[in-house]
Design a protein. Structure first.
Length: 471
């Protein structure tokens, strides 16, 4: 019996904190009432109804509390940690209790995983209590290199939520394409969202020369934000600056240190053509971020900051002036000054900036959050300084790498990140003191899409490694 129970319950991902399985089973009747009264309870009850419909069970949602399936998002139970829940399946039916909508939603995901695919509706009687180890559990998607339609973005968010990830990092702008409608700057969508070809091999020469375009309207963005909210997923939008921004210069060359004829990038890699840290550029990004904040209600805005070569800045009189005026030692410190301008703008609007670990090069403010991608070291330095950190290390959490023997893998960016690598990753760092370790908000896996042109390839890379991340 012990082995049987272990098998039946091994399907729950991520593994709950505690599971007490009982010998008997409970069969969900063909028609049940799900109790729900608050807005969160009714929201989660709708998901329960949808799921049970796939099992042939018809559901009525009612405020009554003496029903077969009882949902509570207002337990005020101090033994349930943030986003946690308790799930009871007994002779008397099912009870999911939580202190929040997110916790209740996660309890429902666990409940759904108790069913055997294709089997009958008899599930194990259990008592499960569970809560996540980290408040930030993220998955990223690069829609700049390849554009993915709203339907796929929603599927991606749905999958993440089912495995209790709570953050979707939407990488919306890249050298190869700007993907978000900004009303004040129409050329971002008429010019910067299209490129005249795509690099299709690793050789920097092979190009399909096919025009490639795509962007989300503000109405579509609102739809995705609402879709994510119902699943308790916060979206972190990313607007890259000052690097990975040649598409901006193609649309608005006056933002370059040397105005000229810029083209949206048709190869992968890092462009030397980055925006100039001028007042005009700061004003441009403040305008863009104002629209972005209007669309995305979450606490975080990601402003990139990675891979910004200083080739052009080194020759710029404007940059030299900034260095003199603000006593900045070098061009990296100028990026720090620029990042700080943007960070204080976001802070004044009640948001926190997230940046890739390069933002540490310029003494960024303590309230900025560092996303550590060049291994763990940036995250460790940031936590030691007192900045909050999200661990997102290359290669361990880079889902664009091959996941097995490259001979059998589709063309990819290179590198190897196995299911086991992701599974074994732990963002908790031994070298940190308990106080420093508090700054580690969690982890995130990234899906960069240089070589991921289709939704099929994106799913192939996402699964099953996302499940290992969640675990
Ligand atoms: C580095 S991770 C990048 C991306 C690429 C990725 C490819 C990061 C902040 N920058 O622009 O897509 O490598 O793995």
């Amino acid at each position: 019996m012990g082995i049987l129970l272990a098998v039946l319950l091994s399907g729950i991902i991520p593994k709950p904190v505690s599971v007490a399985a009982h010998a008997a089973q409970y069969t969900v009747p063909a028609s049940v009432v799900v109790s729900a009264s608050s807005a969160d309870e009714r929201n989660v009850a709708q998901f329960a109804k949808q799921f049970l419909a796939t099992r042939g069970v018809s559901v009525k949602i009612a405020a009554s509390t003496s029903t077969a399936i009882r949902l509570s998002a207002r337990a005020h139970d101090p033994s349930i940690r943030a986003e946690g829940y308790k799930l009871h399946v007994g002779r008397d039916g099912v009870r999911i209790v939580a202190n929040s909508g997110a916790g209740l939603f996660y309890g429902l995901q666990t409940f759904e995983q108790l069913f055997t695919p294709g089997g009958n509706n008899a599930i194990q009687q259990v008592d499960i209590s569970d809560a996540p180890s980290y408040p930030y559990r993220g998955i990223h998607l690069d829609v700049g290199r390849h554009f993915f339609p709203v339907s796929f973005v929603e599927k991606y968010i749905d999958l993440a939520a089912r495995y209790k990830l709570n953050t979707f990092h939407w990488h919306l702008t890249e050298d190869q394409g700007w993907r978000i409608e900004i009303k004040k700057y129409p050329r971002l969508t008429t010019v910067a969202s299209c490129r005249n070809g795509t690099m299709i091999e690793h050789d920097f020469k092979s190009n399909d020369h096919v025009r490639y375009c795509g962007y989300y309207t503000q109405a579509q963005i609102r739809e995705v934000v609402a879709y994510a909210k119902k699943r308790y997923v916060n979206i972190v939008p990313e607007i890259e600056m000052p690097g990975h921004s040649v598409e901006v210069l193609a649309a608005y060359p006056q933002l370059a240190c040397k105005p000229g004829n810029y083209q949206v990038f048709t190869i992968w890699g890092v462009s030397d053509d980055i925006v100039c840290p001028s007042e005009r550029t700061v004003a441009f990004y403040e305008d863009v971020l104002t629209e972005v904040m209007g669309l995305f209600p979450g606490p975080y805005i990601h402003t990139g900051g990675d891979e910004a070569p200083k080739t052009v800045w080194k020759k710029s009189p404007l940059v030299k002036n900034l260095m003199r005026k603000y006593h900045l030692a070098n061009e990296d410190a100028v990026q720090g000054w620029f990042d700080t301008r943007i960070e204080s703008f976001l802070r004044a609007h009640g948001r926190r900036m997230i940046g890739w670990d390069e933002i540490l090069g310029g003494n960024v403010s303590r309230s900025a959050i560092v996303m550590s991608w060049r291994g763990l070291s940036g995250g460790i330095i940031a936590a030691t300084r007192g900045n909050d950190v999200i661990m997102s290390p290359d290669p361990t959490l880079y889902l664009d790498h091959a996941q097995g023997d490259d001979a059998y893998e589709p063309l990819n960016i290179g590198g190897l990140t196995t299911l086991r690598d992701v599974y074994d990753f732990d963002p908790g760092i031994d070298a940190l003191t308990p106080n420093q370790a508090k700054h580690i908000l969690g982890a995130q896996a990234n899906l960069w899409s240089e070589y991921i042109a289709t939704t099929q390839l994106a799913e192939y890379d996402l699964l099953p490694r996302m499940l290992a991340l969640s675990e």
